[in-house]
Design a protein around this ligand. Structure first.
Ligand code: NAP
Length: 465
């Protein structure tokens, strides 16, 4: 048999999911010397880039410039994009096994972690992930409705998603109008009546999951006073003791929070309250199925036997009036049909990126994973680069050891033909670049970086035009 990974017998890889992890995996594969690789990257949306397009906040445009790296990867000979192709619906894993030597799952974390408290399903209580996808113009979420006629909103959790959601709710309309936020979301937020936003941390200032620039930004909003209660900015003894071994980021955050707590407020039209050591215990309804308030309990921290500081209730309660609630307690991965999954963790069962069988825990030859669906929803975009590298190095070593799938139809034309038959409306990278150009042109007319297409039908119509 001809050696795999050569001009005459290239290694053919399918990457499922065109977000950062998928692109970093492709980049690392193409960098491997003496290995000829062909990559077909699939995404269920016609547009690539995953959370860079549908997750990163619209007022963080600079972060999105990472797509230039992905564009470069996509222009490498041997790379093809098949957007609007859903694995599990349009193509099966068996179809992929028939055409590729290796398959990489980099589908991210497409849903949210649950929060089980009474009233959580009341109208007006939403997963923050759905709000993020909505304001970013994700086709699956664009028709959701968020009632912004209420005066107060709460965001549960103190990670960067909570911070993003709170900041977007408080951002000045003219600032939002300079971004690529979805047009309907811009309109809704411009008309928003929300004046008070509470971000609720169940632990203290030394246990924030946010990063320092994101925290700082909350104090720089032109239309919003940022409020931290002085008594909540002070650390308890256990947290104080952890500072001796804390990283620079945590030390800076603790210091910043104290500064914010002692800042004069300017009577701006909106107020953003960052609260610590409180847990929601109940959402209270108005009798018609809508949220009208939230019951909170004050927490204290205790140390587990492993030395982690966890919250526990002191029994002291408080009720805040809120008509809108966002749960930003973490994303969660969704299983793919016939791919082993760890339901407790919401990740594909794997060891360092090699997918393993649910029963035997032996590697499933030819199947790999990278990114959030491999390790869980943690880290920033760049974290996916070393993560993908770890996976790809195993893939390369498995090729050297002849541990790959043996597809009966390994030709690239055969794969394209199969895809065309199963999903004739697929988007190539050239189709995406055309759409990208149209979005940028539409945006220019409005003084914005781009005006997104938010319906798949409109994307298909633009492709056909
Ligand atoms: P995250 O960083 O894991 O934060 C989740 C937050 O929810 C934590 O504060 C956590 O508190 C809290 N939480 C969990 N369960 C809770 C409960 N039952 N009750 C109350 N609070 C609860 O998750 P994320 O904010 O979804 O972010 C996901 C990843 O994306 C992170 O790595 C984040 O940095 C990244 N991201 C980055 C950016 C950026 O770079 N600008 C923007 C968005 C997202 P505990 O700590 O007590 O568990």
């Amino acid at each position: 048999m001809k050696q795999l990974g050569t001009e005459s017998n290239p290694l053919r890889v399918a990457i499922i999911g065109a977000g950062p992890a998928g692109f970093y995996a492709a980049e690392r594969l193409f960098k491997e010397k003496n290995l000829v690789v062909e990559i077909d990257m699939f995404d269920r949306l016609p547009t690539p880039f995953g959370l860079v397009r549908a997750g990163v906040a619209p007022d963080h445009q600079k972060i999105k410039s990472v797509t230039k790296i992905f564009d470069r990867v996509a222009s490498t000979p041997g790379f093809r994009f098949f957007g609007n192709v859903e694995i599990g619906k349009d193509l099966s894993i068996a179809d992929l096994e028939d055409h590729y030597h290796q398959i990489v799952y980099s589908t991210g974390a497409q849903t949210d972690r649950h929060l089980n408290i009474p009233g959580i399903d009341l109208h007006g209580s939403h997963a923050a992930t759905t709000f993020v996808a909505w304001y970013n113009g994700h086709p699956d979420y664009r028709d959701l409705e968020f009632d912004l006629s209420t005066e107060s909103a709460a965001v549960i959790g103190i990670g960067n998603v909570a911070i993003d959601v709170a900041r977007i709710l408080c951002q000045a309309p003219e600032e939002l109008a300079k971004t690529d936020i979805a047009d309907y979301a811009l309109e809704a937020l411009q008309a928003s009546n929300v004046k008070d936003v509470y971000i609720l941390g169940r632990r203290g200032p030394a246990q924030g999951k946010f990063t320092t620039p994101e925290l700082k930004e909350l104090g720089e909003l032109s239309q919003t006073d940022f409020i931290v209660l002085p008594e909540e900015a002070e650390l308890d003894e256990l947290s104080e003791a952890t500072l001796a071994n804390a990283d620079r980021g945590t030390l800076r955050q603790v210091e910043l929070i104290k500064e914010f707590a002692h800042r004069e407020h300017e009577d701006k039209p909106r107020r953003l309250h960052l609260r610590f050591l409180v847990s929601p215990t109940e959402l209270i309804g108005d009798g018609n199925g809508n949220v009208k308030a939230m019951r909170l309990v004050r927490n204290e921290l205790y140390s587990t036997s492993a030395g982690t500081l966890r919250p526990r209730s002191t029994g002291e309660e408080e009720v805040i009036d809120v008509g809108l609630v966002f749960r930003a307690v973490g994303y969660r991965g969704v299983p793919l049909p016939n791919v082993p999954f760890n339901d407790d963790w919401g990740v594909i069962l794997n060891v360092k990126g090699r997918v393993v069988d649910s029963e035997t825990h032996e590697p499933k030859v030819g199947h790999y994973t990278a990114g959030w669906i491999k390790r869980g929803p943690s880290g920033v975009i760049g974290t996916n680069k070393p993560d993908a590298k770890e996976t790809v190095e195993l893939m390369i070593s498995d090729v050297a050891n002849d541990l790959t799938l043996r597809p009966p139809h390994p030709g690239s034309d055969e794969a394209e033909e199969m895809i065309r038959q199963k999903q004739p409306d697929y988007f190539s990278y050239a189709d995406w670049k055309h759409l990208d150009q149209l979005e940028i042109e539409r945006g220019q007319a409005a003084g914005r970086p781009r005006l997104k297409f938010t319906r798949v039908e409109d994307m298909l119509a633009a492709k056909a035009a």
